[in-house]
Ligand binder design. Structure first.
Ligand code: PRP
Ligand code: GLN
Ligand code: MG
Length: 506
């Protein structure tokens, strides 16, 4: 995923940007950055690490200015080098900071265009740096002098839509102009718009999730529409326009399953309510298909599955107990880079309360089973704690296809459900019974909160890639480039140490 935020304020914005990034941290734990504009000068701090580790007081003091953008990164393209932490910077035209959530599916083609036609140099392997240069090139083509109208900005975004494919929710801070944000024509990644009224006037903000607005006292105005661009001038005027010819809201359904915080609203859908609905649907399926099972207690696997599990217990009229304690100082395991790190983290992160398992038949609930890292180890822990039988329920269907739109699942072979039937998956994780949500029920659970949304991005479950440009050859290419084995290769490690030329330590 990745979290993005942009603010045009009336007073310094660094602290608000920082606070927003801390509540968007669940979207990206690998790197963080903030870039502000003060008197025609950019101030930048970015590095690998959690938000709280990247920004120290000395950095915050330097991030002066009433306008700026921020990013927290979960790499899904390029490398994990700190040089690929965002925001990126480009100096022409005007000077621009740029942050991106999502993943381009035509990055290679665009890179060639950027080099040959725009004659711009890309210094990293990040797709976001390419997208920034496409945007900058279109801006330079569209404008001659120093003045840029909202109409110019909207034409630039229209041209970006005509070129870029994949998922992109973006925010750019441009010297002398303001902040521009836009969302791809399918609206795969979320983007919310908010406003704060102060004595000095109105301040505007865009952010990946509405929780970021809540955190700093901005009022939610609405979601940025798929294909739409938002332009907030330096003076604080807001302009918006639809810039795509055929936009069709198709949010990524995995945002609702796992990524987003439950207290966020995305495209008019309460993430929390959608998870409760998932629990109801799955509970009803369990009641239908496992009518004679002897389940004593429902236990969630913290943290994301908790809302789903509680509703399953209510639907089945069974007790709900907290059988695992989560170490609050360990982040999310699924978005960690590399299987070795993910595997080690499960036991450090979760510990069982034996009394809740001893002599009982337990139903463990998780939001999803991706590589099976969590489920396998958790079932083992439940047995070690004395459970008699361990059943397992997943609020998402079987994940059998790679993700190309900003979730780091590049390789089908690494997915536990790839090429396997439910019984085989159950055997692998050593469950006494395994049940998955049906895809139609998952879609219904989310759609129930906003029936106007007719389509969701569901490729990891059904292999239907809505941008229409993902074929087998493409999937093989990203598998070869980004599977766990490829990322361990020594050449990549060597490359990482050479790339960093953006940061400076103070
Ligand atoms: O099958 P896997 O490859 O293990 O992936 C799925 C697991 O990873 C996620 O948890 P994570 O620890 O990332 O975050 P959470 O605390 O928000 O549940 C998700 O909630 C599942 O528990
Ligand atoms: N998950 C994301 O949104 C990642 C953004 C971008 N593709 C990167 O890898 O930095
Ligand atoms: Mg989890």
């Amino acid at each position: 995923m990745c979290g993005i935020v942009g603010i045009v304020g009336k007073t310094p914005v660094a602290q608000s940007l920082y606070d927003c990034l801390t509540v968007l941290q669940h979207r990206g734990q690998d790197a963080a950055g903030i870039m502000t504009i003060d008197n025609g000068v950019f101030n930048l701090r970015k590095d690998n690490g959690l938000v709280r580790d990247v920004f120290h007081t000395r950095h915050m003091k330097r991030l002066t200015g009433n306008m700026g953008i921020g990013h927290c990164r979960y790499p899904t393209a390029g490398s994990s080098s700190s040089a690929e932490a965002q925001p990126f910077y480009v100096n022409s035209p005007f000077g621009m900071a740029f942050a991106h959530n999502g993943n381009l599916t035509n990055a290679l083609d665009l890179q060639i265009e950027v080099a040959k036609i725009a004659r711009r140099h890309i210094n990293t392997t990040s797709d976001s740096e390419i997208l920034m240069n496409i945007f900058a090139h279109e801006l330079s083509q569209r404008t001659t002098g120093l003045t840029v109208s909202p109409k110019d900005i909207f034409e630039v975004v229209t041209n970006v839509h005509n070129k870029a494919r994949g998922a992109y929710a973006c925010v750019a801070a441009i010297i002398g102009l303001g902040v521009v944000a836009f969302r791809d024509p399918n609206g795969i990644r979320p983007l919310a718009l908010g406003k704060r009224i102060t004595e000095m006037g109105e301040e505007y903000m865009v952010a990946s999730e509405s929780v970021a607005l809540d955190a700093v006292g901005f009022q939610f105005i609405r979601d940025v529409a798929p294909g739409e661009a938002v332009f907030i001038t330096e003076a604080g005027e807001l302009f918006t326009q639809q810039c795509a010819q055929t936009p069709l809201t198709s949010p990524c359904i995995f945002e609702f399953v796992y990524f987003a915080r439950p207290d966020s609203f995305i495209d008019g859908i309460s993430v929390y309510a959608s998870r409760v609905n998932m629990g109801k649907k799955l509970g009803e399926k369990i009641a239908r298909e496992w009518a004679d099972l002897d389940i004593d207690v429902v236990i969630p696997i913290p943290e994301t599955s908790m809302d789903v599990a509680l509703q399953i217990a209510i639907t089945l009229d069974l007790p709900y107990r907290q059988g695992f304690v989560k170490n609050r100082y360990i982040g999310r395991t699924f978005i960690m880079p590399g299987q070795t790190q993910r595997k080690k983290s499960v036991r450090r992160k979760l510990n069982a309360i034996s009394s809740e398992f001893k002599g009982k038949n337990v139903l463990l609930v998780d939001d999803s089973i991706v590589r099976g890292t969590t489920s396998g180890q958790i079932i083992e822990m439940a047995r070690e704690s004395g459970a008699k039988k361990v059943y397992f329920a997943s609020a998402a269907p079987e994940i059998r296809f790679p993700n190309v739109y900003g979730i780091d699942m590049p390789s089908a072979n690494e997915l536990i459900a790839y090429g396997r039937e439910i019984d085989q998956i159950s055997d692998l994780i050593q469950a006494d019974g395994l049940i998955f949500q049906d895809i139609s029920d998952l879609v219904a659970a989310v759609q129930h909160e906003n029936p106007q949304i007719s389509r969701f991005e569901t490729s990891v479950f059904d292999g239907n890639y809505i941008t229409g440009d993902v074929d087998q050859a493409y999937l093989e290419r990203i598998d070869a480039a980004r599977n766990d084995q490829a990322r361990k290769a020594p050449v990549v490690q060597a490359e990482l140490s050479n790339l960093d030329m953006h940061n400076f330590e103070a």
